[in-house]
Design a protein around this ligand. Structure first.
Ligand code: SAH
Length: 205
């Protein structure tokens, strides 16, 4: 089973961040990248009928994508209440709100139910603004689910392999993407800049 390409198109039409906050690294994941990540999760555990976790869910592009691909329960954790409102509207608009739970909380303080999920699929902040911002995301995700598919800045994979070992997991690069960052913030000069990113697969042993 692979996730249908139409999921990417629906994701690309979702409402975006009303007022992106640079300190939270609020960037939307393009539908094609969401699709690629969901397909990694799908080939490992099968998204259909799965319980999926999305940390730093933003406007819901990954979580809603997972629900569209057949996940039966998706928990989205997002610190920004405004983004969470957009997420809820997006979920309603595409008719998956009955399968999406939204938790407005800082991931660092959130306590997941151990193994409450089959898989986590997420695009956390890259830590460009605040070094290590993505660390609590991976730690919480690996407690919540035995498999984590996650997007990180290219070049951090060595760090993540070592960190994964400390957490009793393996870490493998399963994809490389150029992540577009729209210049919605004052300090960016070009209209779109690309950041090299890697899709990492973490698996607890
Ligand atoms: N997952 C979304 C958004 C990615 S941007 C997508 O793929 O389109 C990263 C998101 O993480 C933003 O929505 C930001 O508000 C959120 N975020 C940043 N730090 C956070 C924290 N400590 N706890 C929870 N969410 C956080």
């Amino acid at each position: 089973m692979t996730v249908e390409g139409s999921v990417a198109r629906v994701v690309d039409e979702l409402e975006g961040f009303p007022d992106p906050d640079p300190s939270l690294e609020q960037y939307e994941t393009p539908g094609e990248i969401v699709l690629a990540m969901l397909n990694v999760a799908d080939s490992e555990v099968g998204i259909e009928g799965a319980r999926v976790l999305d940390l730093g869910a933003g406007t819901g592009r990954i979580g809603i994508g997972a629900a569209l691909a057949g996940a039966t329960h998706v928990t989205c954790v997002e610190v920004d209440p405004e983004a969470a409102e957009v997420l809820k509207r997006n979920a309603e608009r595409v008719g998956v709100d009955d399968r999406i739970e939204v938790i407005v909380e800082d991931v660092s303080g959130w306590d997941p139910e151990p193994d409450g999920y089959d898989v986590t699929v997420m695009n956390p902040p890259f830590g460009c603004r605040r070094r290590g911002a993505d660390r609590p995301f991976v730690e919480k995700a690996l407690r919540a689910s035995p498999l984590v598919v996650s997007l990180h800045r290219a070049g951090t994979e060595g760090f993540w392999r070592r960190r994964a070992r400390d957490l009793g997991a393996t870490c493998e690069v399963v994809g490389m993407v150029r992540f577009p960052i729209k210049a919605s913030f004052g300090f960016h000069r070009k209209p779109v800049e690309f950041v090299d990113a890697v899709v990492l697969k973490f698996e607890r042993g």
